[in-house]
Ligand binder design. Structure first.
Ligand code: PEP
Ligand code: MN
Length: 272
């Protein structure tokens, strides 16, 4: 019985779509928060039609204010499963607590650990264990007040539990600058390339906090050597319940992909 289970897992392994692939830039796009089936379905269709393979969407939202929308939680996970079945898109969502890691791992392909939890070591250990058991990939965002060294030590809480399919994500750090939400530390990309074998992606959306700055910083991230991007996109950003001001609409997302294709070709890569 046990053997049979392990065997079927291995088959799933082989057919798995890798989060990061040699020669490609992975673009993960989707809403900050899942708000309804219709909202998620509309943006998933856009993502699919652009030829991308990964959809992001928060079901459990760790908000700075307890009065802000906290996410649809289990209902949101159901929608992510449905999206995967409908479009074949791989799904990314954030784990916020040791209590929700198992249910999230049963619903999506990639577990994201957010900036606020980079140093939540109990959560990192739990994610490492569950991701290893359930063959899930992990994205570890950089804490907004964490050094690169602290980030690289944090990631070992995950990899020591056996899961080495971890991707780091630079999402901006806190500085004295106030014209952007955070300061995107793009030098982290070549530094990580020097210090670690792990892939690194960039989240320009949370770093800059304004949609019109997302495309330029995405171009820079690719040029500096990032393995991918995670960007917020919404079919109707002005109505978004979370982070609408920094979300690309469908047209802007298409423009991002168009521009990235040009840059990628210069550095011998393709967009996926
Ligand atoms: C997110 O990606 O939805 C998010 C909350 O990002 P961060 O943890 O970087 O703030
Ligand atoms: Mn967000």
């Amino acid at each position: 019985m046990e053997n049979k289970k392990v065997k079927s897992k291995r088959v799933e392994n082989k057919s798995d779509l890798k989060l990061i692939k040699e020669g490609y830039i992975t673009v993960i796009a989707g809403p900050c928060a899942i708000e309804s089936w219709e909202q998620l379905d509309a943006i998933a269709k856009v993502v699919k039609d652009l030829g991308l393979s990964f959809l992001r969407g928060g079901a459990y939202k760790p908000r700075t204010s307890p009065y802000s929308f906290q996410g649809l939680k289990e209902e949101g996970l159901k929608y992510l499963k449905k999206i995967n079945a409908k479009y074949g898109l791989k799904t990314v969502t954030e784990v916020t607590d040791t209590e929700n890691v198992d249910i999230i791992a049963d619903s999506v392909d990639i577990l994201q650990i957010g900036t606020r939890n980079m140093s939540n070591f109990a959560l990192l250990e739990k994610v490492g264990k569950v991701a290893n058991e359930k063959n899930k990939k992990v994205i570890l965002k950089r804490g907004w007040a964490s050094s690169i060294k602290e980030w690289l030590l944090a990631v070992e809480y995950i990899t020591l539990r056996g899961n080495t399919e971890v991707v780091l994500c630079e999402r901006g750090i806190r500085t004295f600058e106030t014209d952007t939400r955070f300061t995107l530390d793009l030098s982290a990309v070549p530094v990580i390339k020097k210090l670690s074998k792990l892939p690194i992606i960039v989240d320009p959306s949370h770093a800059v906090g304004q949609s019109d700055l997302v495309i330029p910083m995405s171009r820079a991230a690719i040029a500096v050597g990032a393995d991918g991007l995670i960007v917020e996109a919404h079919s109707n950003p002005s109505q978004a319940l979370c982070d609408g001001q920094q979300s690309l609409n469908a047209k802007e997302l298409a423009e991002l992909v168009r521009q990235l294709k040009n840059i990628a070709s210069v550095i011998g890569k393709k967009i996926r």
